[in-house]
Structures are given as structure tokens and as C-alpha cells.
Design a binder for this molecule. Sequence first.
Ligand code: NAD
Length: 366
Amino acid sequence: MANLMVTGGAGFIGANFVHYWRGASPQDNIVVLDLLTYAGNRANLDGLDGVTLIEGDICDTPLVSSLMADYAIDTIVHLAAESHVDRSITGPDAFVTTNVIGTHSLLKAAKKAWLDEGSGRPHRFHHASTDEVYGSLSPDEPAFSETTRYAPNSPYSASKAASDHLVRAYHHTYGLETTTSNCSNNYGPFQYPEKLIPLFALNALYGRPLPIYGDGLNIRDWLHVEDHCRGIEACLRKGRPGETYNIGGGQELPNMRVIEEICHAVDKAFAADPNLAKRFPDAPPAHGRSSLESKTFVTDRKGHDRRYAIDETKARTELGYAPRRDFPQGLGETLGWYLTHEDWWAPLIEPPQICTVVTDCSCEPH
Ligand code: NAD
């Protein structure tokens, strides 16, 4: 039996991981440490037994230390982060604070509990990182391997790269038993609707524009979040301390193709369920038209990486990791989840209240 602390466990991947782990290892205790920023949601953990949610900051080292002692934590799965590249471009400070200082705070608390005071008792610190630390690939370059040189291009990926180096240093210098996974783009339930797949799916339901960056030909490798959770589990159970593992979906797709797939899936759902036209009367397929008509090209993201691709040979051969879902299956399931969980996402996308009387107005500026 293990006592896990999952940081960021009320966020997208964190919540999926907690649900996954609850199913895979019901005997384990799970403490979620989450600041409940805009991206965290208490409701993501509803209905789970044996999970304790602590609202708190990973930067608060004394808090982390006391939780580690109180709950006899032996495993940290570190998923708390600022995670949205666009936000890192307009406001990088929070990324440095949470992703760099926050990761260091956890490492310090883990070293204190497990090495300084715990005489090296069995432990594991798993750090979830991203393929974005490797920078951008040209169309013909080989996929990222674990030995690809780091070349982060956004404040987000730079902050993740810094945190990866700290994790590496705590293993090399102090002997902390760490593993790091560098993972490709995730999608699935509970993803905040600022990320491509939920944003486009929900915009399509309301006939809102589908804003495509640049020429729409940037390539990402898409991975269903449950396959990522399976990859983290493989790192925890079989990963060698100090090692890093690339986790990917083997589904390299240009954004334009992803957007077409989302639109086709939405159109198909409307064709199969006439009730959707009543729920979402502004959606083009409610009137027999294609969701694709709402696509619109917008100015490219600053410094937009062109292509990411993951070589997952090491995880496959050493850990026995293999994703189980291909993109069409995973996307269909994900859309199905969003269509049946309107209560979850509706409060997150509601437009700001617009008032017509200006006096005593507490609405958002408009
Ligand atoms: P997310 O933004 O959905 O969730 C982040 C969670 O961390 C939220 O619950 C938030 O409240 C919490 N958090 C933020 N700051 C905190 C703090 N200071 N203290 C405690 N909790 C805090 O992110 P995600 O998409 O679930 O990503 C999780 C991890 O996986 C991140 O490290 C990210 O870099 C990495 N990753 C994500 C993807 C992806 O496609 N989403 C791909 C590869 C790697």
C-alpha cells in the first residue's frame, strides 16, 4: 500500500490520474494538494472515496512538509503547474513561480522527509513534464528522444525545462529517487476549455468562431489522458530512479486535421441525436450545415513551435508502455463526455454578464 500526494490533482491530468489510480489501486491513500486556480476544480474529484483534497500552494514548503509527515507520504506525483502556453506569453511570472519555485519547494520537502529525516526510506518523486522542452522540429527531423537537447521556446516550456533540471539535480546530488515523464499533448475529460480540443468542440456547439492559429499546419502528437496516466503508472512501478521517459500517443496530426476531426465528430453527434439541435440551436449542424463553416484563421501565436513528435521507444521497451487509444476513438469518447457533462463546463465558458445600464455596474468591463 502506498500513500500518494498528487499535486494539481484537481486539474485536468491530475483529476484523471486520481480517478485512474483509485480504480487501479483502491487500497492506496491519496492526498491531493491543489491551489484551485482557475484550472482546478473541486468537483473533478466528486464521488471518490479515500481521497483527501487539501487546498494549498506547492510553493508553501512548510505546508508540504507537514502534509508529508501527517499522511506518511511515500510517493509524490507532481502535476501542479501553470500549463497554458498562451497565458505564459502574456503573464510569464506565474509560470516561473509555480513551475520552477513550486517544483523546488516540493523537492526540498521531499528531500527533508525522505532523505534527511527518513534515512532514505522507500520513496518516489514523479515529475510530469512536457515534450515542449525539446523545442520545435522541422518536418523531416526525427522525433524527440530522451537525449534530444533541451531548447524550450515559450515561457511555459522554459519554466518546465527549469523544473526538469531541478528534479535531475536532486537525484544526482542528493540521491532523491525521481522519475520524469515528458509527455505530448493530452486530451480527454476535465480539460479546461481554453485548450484546443474542448475549446473548439464547445465553440462548435454555439456556432462561435473556431480560431485557427497561422496556417493551421502546426503538428502535435495527441495522447488520450488515460494513456498518459497509464504511462505515469508505468514510470512509478517500473521506472529507474533518475531516468526520464518520453510518453506519446503516436498520433502526429496537423492542427487543421484535428479541427476537421472535431467538426466531423460534432456533426455526426448531431445527426445521431436530434435532441442536440434543441440543446444547441446555434450550432451549424442544428441547421443541417457543417461545423467547419465556423473556422477562422487568426494571427499566429508568438514563437509558435511548428512540430512536436515523440519517440517513445524507451518507455515501450523498458516500461512496457503503449497507448491503447487511437485519436478517432479517444476524440469520440471525449466529445461524448463533454456532451454529457454540460453542468461541468457551462460555468467555465459563460460570457461575461453584459449590462446596458452603466451606473452601479459591477460587470466585467465591456
Ligand atoms: P491544468 O492547468 O489543467 O491543472 C493544473 C493544476 O495545478 C490545477 O488544478 C491548478 O489548480 C493546480 N495548481 C496550479 N498552481 C498551483 C500551485 N501553486 N499549488 C498547487 N496547485 C496548483 O494542467 P494539466 O494540463 O493537468 O497539466 C498537468 C501537468 O502535466 C503540468 O505539469 C503540465 O506541464 C504537464 N503536461 C500537460 C500536458 C497537456 O497536454 N495538458 C502535456 C504534457 C505535460
